[in-house]
Design a binder for this molecule. Sequence first.
Ligand SMILES: [Zn+2]
Length: 247
Amino acid sequence: MPGSFKTQAVVLRSIRYGEADRVLHLYSAARGRIGAIAKGSRKPRTRFGGRLEPFFRLDMVLHEGRGDLATVTGVHTVDAYPNLRSSGPALAAAARGCDAVLRLLDSSEANPAAYNLLCRYLALLDGQEDDGGALETDGAAGLATALAFRLKLALSAGFAPELQTCSRCGEADGLTAFSGAAGGVVCGACERDGFEISAEAHRFMLDALGRPLAQAPVATNGALRMAERAITTTLEHHAHVQLRAAA
Ligand SMILES: [Zn+2]
């Protein structure tokens, strides 16, 4: 249906197009993924200012015509996340987070859990929710938060790994391996195509899903890499997407 609509959205990707335009990949509160064009947005005195850059959270007015891309007609900044932009590790983490949203959430259905999670992650990387000291965006703490974000994103997209019982036979004990094909932890008897997973890596994933993003559990680098492999292989098998390395 052609016409104008309003939504809040985060800019995932902003691509120069033609002489003076930009093509935007947006993740929106009201309509999930949106492709849009901002005409004249690269002219010196554009009314869009510098707001159509990645990671900006915007109130937008978009016009839907016959083409695939909506046209941006109005933009107001909700949050520019200025601190995030001045930190190399935070920028890199935000870019990987937005890339994961691009690959995993391509539906034009609203997904409030995914949208709110993305905004919360950007706010965390911007240092808005820290309780004493800025969020560490690199090292093990940064990786733990990045993986907690991925797990929660997978959950919001309907692809969270099974972590409670063996994902093949339902056994609750002796869960010593993980199978991307089975989509979760597996017991010793069902291990065939899985890889070994430590109790610490298993616990990390359970805790990461059970806690707010700002309180991602700590774990050793080895456990975090196992958890990353578990998340990555689950999404490869079940969502058919390949994520970039988390850090
Ligand atoms: Zn089993």
